[in-house]
Design a protein around this ligand. Structure first.
Ligand SMILES: [Zn+2]
Length: 445
């Protein structure tokens, strides 16, 4: 018999399709030494008892308490790591003031590496405690501080995709926080790529560098072109913002006589490895381009309520075979909880429907799909599902109203989506490794 790393016994909930989450009451989820789910054994399978006994004998059986469920970990497709200290602040200000009075001065502080370490340590630990097992991060312009973020993700065990933010257009960025030139922006990006590849090689940390133009307005054409070339040369993921707001949309038209998406595409930045945040203003033509390039979208419903000027048409985008995941957009959004963002995605979709968009409503199952499969697919990782061959990125979550509510599977599932707080997330695993424990040493065994 294979020696497993850990075997979970209990109910699992995992997204099956965009419209449906599967609830399976009593199974053994067996994780091999590489951190991959090797088998999911039903209570009716012949060897259920023998595998369970072997796991007990090896002291690797993790029994999930009866008011708890095993769920896949979440992927957050849009986090500005250096904005964490201002999450929830100044969200009543217009975007321009929010950026120039709050955000750029804060991000510029990350040249101080001690400050960076303190903030990033807290951020990554909080994300893990909230069930986020993979993060797609914008760093700051500072290569060294970004590497600290990568080391912390490696040390704390979170899978991370991290970009050195590029912004070199003097017209749209402040003097105190800008890449010195296009040459510097591109060479620092390349240095960061090399450092990330080395760190991965040396430590085995699950980290990937990401090409990261902040957004079209913040970059010169020379830099956008160079970043597209680097993405191709190193075969890397790309992240940026696309058609986030009316202002951003208009900027591309005024300066390039093109749509925002067309500018990104012109420089090779819309690929099947690219994840573009927001897309609230994407036109039907833009969506066709996204579909052709197989570029994913990060839906950031909380942030969009403040800065998006409308709600992204998730259902329509999915119908066009464009992949969508969820992003918290710390700190355009105030909450780093993907649960909180699933709730907002559903609420915002109802408002979109009320404003005349047909078939706009999202269900809890739809939101859960975005948080798990949608996010994982955007980054091409085998995560987000409790299924053979997938990474054991998992969270044990407590239904806090189990004792006083109906225990029909659909109702349990909806309660988890709507009521899960950090305190209800009992344990979190990335590739089978325990990365957050809120259950107590022997509790649940
Ligand atoms: Zn953003």
């Amino acid at each position: 018999m294979i020696t497993y790393q850990i075997v979970f016994e209990g109910a699992i909930i995992s997204s099956a399709t965009f419209d449906k989450a599967d609830f399976t009451p009593e199974v053994l989820t067996c994780v091999d030494q590489s951190g991959t789910i090797d088998r999911v054994i039903s209570a009716t399978d012949n060897d259920y008892q023998s595998v369970k006994q072997a796991a007990i004998d090896s002291n690797i059986l993790r029994k999930i308490p009866k008011d708890c469920y095993l769920l896949p970990g979440f992927t957050d497709l849009h986090i500005h790591a250096p904005q964490w200290p201002q999450a929830g602040l100044a969200l009543d200000k217009p975007l321009n003031e929010w950026l120039n009075t709050y955000t750029f001065p804060l991000e510029s502080k990350f040249k101080n590496l001690e400050f960076a370490e303190k903030v990033y340590q807290n951020l990554v630990a909080e994300l893990l405690a909230n069930g986020t097992t993979t993060g797609l991060y914008f760093g700051s312009i500072h290569t060294d501080a970004n590497l600290i973020l990568a080391k912390i993700c490696g040390y704390l065990g979170q899978r991370a995709f991290i970009g050195k933010v590029v912004m070199d257009n003097p017209e749209q960025t402040p003097d105190y926080y800008r890449d010195a030139s296009s040459e510097v922006a591109l060479s620092e990006t390349e240095v960061f790529i090399q450092q990330m590849l080395d760190l991965h090689q040396q430590t085995g940390a699950d980290i990937t560098p990401v090409i990261t133009p902040r957004f079209v307005p913040s970059c010169t054409e020379e830099t956008l072109r160079g970043l597209g070339q680097l993405a191709q040369q190193y075969d890397l993921p790309i992240q940026s913002h696309c058609s986030e707001s009316l202002w951003e949309d208009q900027y591309a038209i005024d300066h390039f006589k093109l749509r925002d998406a067309q500018v990104l595409d012109k420089y090779g930045l819309l690929t099947d490895k690219a994840v573009m945040a927001h897309g609230t203003q994407l036109s039907d033509t833009d969506l066709t381009l996204f579909e052709q390039r197989q570029t994913s979208l990060a839906h950031c419903p909380i942030s969009n309520a403040y800065f998006g000027n409308s709600v992204m048409r998730v259902n329509e985008v999915i119908t066009k075979n464009i992949n969508v995941g969820l992003g918290t957009d710390i700190s355009g959004g105030f909450s780093l909880s993907i649960y909180r963002n699933m709730q907002q995605a559903i609420m915002s979709s109802q408002m979109l429907q009320d404003s005349g968009q047909k078939q706009a409503r999202l269900s809890a199952a739809n939101a859960f799909y975005l948080a798990t499969i949608g996010g994982a697919d955007a980054l091409h990782i085998n995560s987000g599902q409790i299924k053979v061959g997938f990474k054991a990125d998992l969270q044990i979550v407590q239904d806090q109203y189990f004792a006083v509510s109906s225990n029909e599977p659909q109702e349990i599932f909806e309660r988890l989506v709507y009521h899960t707080n950090k305190e209800n997330i009992k344990q979190v695993y990335v590739s089978g490794k325990l990365v957050h424990n809120n259950l107590g040493e022997n509790n649940g065994k």
